[in-house]
Write a protein that binds this ligand. Structure first.
Ligand code: FAD
Length: 117
């Protein structure tokens, strides 16, 4: 089957949106179990990402830049950095990771139950 660049880009945008929003809601002070959950999620996300070429590149990136799972700030900064690595490879503009703060809003207000946030 032919590659469909539009569908591939659409999947990428949707995936990054979920990825960064999840980091933005990760606890500021995670328990060991929270950090393990994030570590596992990232690893499986990289393994199961539906575009095979993307997944294998991303798995290599994870080896080079191991996930930072010790706090929300660390996780969000790390995710921004690895997305920028993908941007660089695809010759896309760099995102200023200092602006990551309020950029990803889950729209869930003060729902205290979500991800322990
Ligand atoms: P996207 O890169 O999808 O970004 C969406 C929005 O996120 C941007 O408009 C911007 O507002 C914001 N953003 C940009 N950079 C950052 C950042 N560093 N941190 C936080 N927010 C940011 N496509 C391929 O063709 N080949 C690949 O190998 C490939 N690998 C991928 C691997 C993964 C894990 C993922 C999730 C996607 C991959 N993609 C790949 C898709 C690609 O990264 C883009 O999603 C797609 O090309 C659409 O690009 P876009 O310009 O709309 O912006």
């Amino acid at each position: 089957k032919l590659e469909n660049a539009t569908a591939k880009a659409e999947l990428g945008r949707a995936s990054w949106k979920l990825f960064h929003t999840m980091m933005a809601r990760f606890p500021e002070k995670p328990s060991e179990d929270d950090s393990l959950a994030l570590q596992t999620y990232i690893k499986l996300f990289a393994r199961l990402y539906p575009c095979g070429d993307c997944a294998s590149h991303f798995q290599k990136l994870l080896k080079k830049y191991p996930p930072q799972i010790g706090s929300r700030n660390a996780a969000a900064g790390w995710a921004c950095h690895v997305h920028n690595q993908v941007n660089e490879r695809l010759k896309k503009p760099m995102f200023d990771c200092n602006n990551i703060g309020d950029f990803y809003d889950c729209g869930c207000g003060d729902d205290k139950k979500a991800a322990g946030a």
